[in-house]
Design a protein around this ligand. Structure first.
Ligand code: FES
Ligand SMILES: [Fe+2]
Length: 399
């Protein structure tokens, strides 16, 4: 496979990949140019592993839904055997989509194309093609749906549309071990918010990776976490992340620092007193709290517009608490999310200004630097360029 660099002047990218104190932020085209987003869709989204939601979005045999991965539509189907499968969302007759993308899960014994009613089994085999019985040489066996590569990880479904990405285990690297104690596979989703943010998807990720902005825009967050407490994780795989402490009085991230859930079983003392913030390329942010897990799942709609699904997952025991109510977590983060979106939208407008120039990093932004350096190296090489280790000078936390 040939690797094509992104359509951005390499002279503007080399400085981004330097050591942090001699580095600069990404150039404007990375956030504004449609051809850069097309390249990102191909290399970062279709060429890699995109989180497509929870496996429990399709809990029962015969459940079906279509999602978008880069420029590709993918149908997810749970078979009568209970196995979740993926197929490209294109009928083998004349290409009509089998299901509209982003609609809720439906349930049916077959997958039926809405155009001329070809029907497929849940394993993708063509079962019915009306008025083809008199077409010489036509054999239904020749027209199964084209399978798409999917894997499940900690209860999430991941899709690799290109089919040739390295194994998911390699993509996530040592993040798998970092998540182990949380047992996310057994969690249930208790709240979900959908946003459309008028910002580039990378701006949202970059904003997530620093708390330098917290004293300026997050008064509620500053009540429960010391904003200068972060440490980075040493990583293998296509992710960056770090932790932040909770203030002594706070049990978790909520408006009053109190939890209305229960501590996640199996967490160690360190995990019960910290929040872990992890960004997994390309579309997933995972925030691990002592009592719940929050995820942001991003889908770029244009260079300057991103759909964000924010979900809150809880361990099953939480529901045994009579006053359990997920809004203590989702209200807190909805306020914080909206503060972040306003900042990201302003940054997006500023980057479009003729007065925008690539800027420097503070030491509080070392994860942003790691992320941008990973993006810049990927732009230059034409493939996801994972660089192991931390780059900042903050204390690193092994996993
Ligand atoms: S395009 Fe699907 S049945 Fe014709
Ligand atoms: Fe923020």
């Amino acid at each position: 496979m040939t690797h094509t660099p992104a359509p951005i002047d390499a002279a503007l990218l080399h400085p981004v990949a330097r050591e942090q104190d001699r580095s600069v932020t990404l150039p404007a085209r990375a956030y504004t140019a449609p051809d850069v987003l097309e390249w990102e869709q191909r290399v970062f989204f279709e060429g890699s592993w995109v989180c497509a939601g929870r496996a429990t979005d399709l809990p029962n045999p015969q459940d079906q839904r279509a999602i978008r991965v880069g420029s590709q539509g993918i149908v997810l189907v749970r078979g009568d055997d209970g196995v979740l499968r993926g197929f490209f969302n294109a009928c083998r007759h004349r290409g009509h989509e089998l299901l509209p993308c982003d609609f809720p899960t439906v349930s049916a014994r077959v997958i039926q194309c809405p155009y001329h009613a070809w029907t497929y089994g849940l394993d993708g085999t063509l079962k019915g093609a009306p008025r083809f019985s008199d077409v010489a040489g036509f054999d239904k066996q020749d027209y199964p749906l084209i399978p798409a590569r999917i894997e499940e990880w900690h209860g999430w479904v991941f899709v690799n549309a290109s089919g040739d990405a390295p194994p998911l285990a390699e993509h996530v690297g040592n993040l798998d071990g970092l998540l182990a104690n949380y047992e996310i596979g057994r969690m249930f989703e208790a709240a979900r918010h959908d946003y459309v943010v008028r910002a580039n998807w990378k701006t949202i990720t970059e904003n997530y990776h620093e708390c330098y902005h917290c004293p300026s825009i997050h008064p509620e967050l500053c009540e429960v976490t010391p904003t200068d407490s972060g440490r980075n994780y040493e990583h293998t795989g296509a992710w960056v992340g770090g932790d932040m402490d909770l203030k002594d009085f706070a049990q978790t991230m909520s408006l009053d620092g109190q939890s209305k859930g229960l501590p996640i079983r199996g967490l160690d003392d360190y995990q019960l007193r910290t929040v872990l913030y992890v960004g997994l390329l390309p579309n997933m942010l995972i925030s691990l709290h002592p009592d719940y897990v929050m995820t942001h799942r991003m889908e770029p709609l244009s260079p300057t517009e991103t759909r964000v699904e924010c979900a809150w997952l809880f361990p099953p025991e939480a529901e045994t608490r009579p006053d359990f109510e997920p809004s203590y977590a989702s209200d807190f983060w909805d306020i914080t999310n909206r503060q972040d979106w306003a900042a990201c939208e302003s940054v997006t407008r500023g980057i479009a200004s003729q007065g925008f120039r690539q800027g420097p990093f503070s030491w509080s932004e070392d994860e942003v630097h790691q992320f941008m350096a990973m993006i810049a190296r990927s732009y230059l090489t034409g493939e996801i360029a994972v660089v192991a280790g931390t780059h900042g000078r903050g204390a690193a936390v092994g996993s």
